[in-house]
Each structure stands twice: as C-alpha cells, then as structure tokens.
Design a protein around this ligand. Structure first.
Ligand code: S3P
Length: 163
C-alpha cells in the first residue's frame, strides 16, 4: 500500500487531518518532525538553535529518503519539506502527495500564539509568514498529485482525501 504524504504550510492541519485519514484508511500515522526529533534526541527548535536551519534541512531530507522506503503510512511532512526538489523526488511517483490548501488568514489565526516554530519566533513574523506563504504556495501546488481545500473540519477533509 502506498503512502499518503500531506504537505502544506505550517498550521494547515497536516497532523490533525493525517491522523483522521490514518484512522479511516487503515494506515499508520507518522509525523515527520517527530521522526526527526526522535532520531536527533532533541526538538526541532533545539536543532535550529544548536545547528542552524541548514543542518535541520539535511536531517529532514534524510527523513524523507527513509520514510519513502516504507509502505502504508500517512505522513504529515514539515511545512518546508516539499519546498525542496530533492524531497519531492524522494516520494514522487511512488506515494500520493497531497497539498492541504488553507488560506493565509486562517493559518495566521491558528498560529498567533505558537511558540514552537523557530521560523516564526521573530518580531516581524507577520511579514515573514506572508512572504513564506506566497513563495511556497506555487511550489506546494507543483509538488502535489492532489490539491485539497483544507478549511473544512479535519474529518471532512480526511474523507475528501480518501475519496
Ligand atoms: C517548518 C515547518 C515545521 C518544522 C520546522 C520548519 C517550515 O513543521 O518542520 O519548524 O519550514 O515551514 P510544521 O509544518 O509541522 O509546523
């Protein structure tokens, strides 16, 4: 059974929707950031702080290559993973890549009190978010096999993806 790999911006609901798909489709759920954290023995924030973003992206790429070798998973990728061609290539053709398309306004609201995402811990976070979102939006689209509007309930979105 191939994997279903969810991509999209931070806060678009990849983990929540992914857990629902797993429950309804008999696949096992796996969160890519948690996988990286377990391997590294530290949180994503600690990896960024201690080694910098570039090192995190290398670890993320290793995770993509390793997870693409597995079967029957629903994978919630990190928001940056599918902005790198090498990571898209790890899954493309073998697994189904699904872009959860959620408007920036909703995402901003969901993440307004978030302290866990290192890219957003800065005073100009609104501008950073807008720029990242606009830059990444066409890249997610190009990477995906399927695009799903994700502002519905996680369960409805999960059923739409399974369908
Ligand atoms: C990132 C998104 C995060 C995490 C890291 C970098 C990004 O994952 O991988 O903080 O570049 O958008 P979530 O999308 O699960 O928040």
């Amino acid at each position: 059974m191939n994997n279903i790999v969810l991509c999209g911006f931070m806060g678009c609901g990849k983990s929540t929707v992914g857990k629902n798909i797993a429950r309804k489709s008999g696949r096992k759920f796996l969160d890519m950031d948690s996988y990286i954290e377990q391997k590294a023995g530290m949180t994503v924030s600690e990896i960024f702080e201690k080694y910098g973003e570039e090192k995190f992206r290398d670890m993320e790429h290793d995770a993509c290559v390793e997870l693409a070798e597995l079967e029957g998973l629903v994978i919630a990728s990190g928001g940056g993973a599918f902005t790198f061609k090498r990571n898209v290539e790890a899954f493309k053709g073998k697994d189904k890549i699904v872009f959860l398309d959620v408007p920036l306004g909703i995402i901003k609201n969901r993440l307004k009190n978030d302290t866990t995402r290192p890219l957003l811990q800065r005073p100009d976070r609104d501008r950073v978010m807008k720029d990242l979102y606009n830059n990444r939006y066409p890249i997610y689209h190009a990477a995906a096999d399927i695009v799903i509007k994700g502002q519905n309930t996680p369960l409805k979105t999960a059923f739409a993806i399974i369908d």
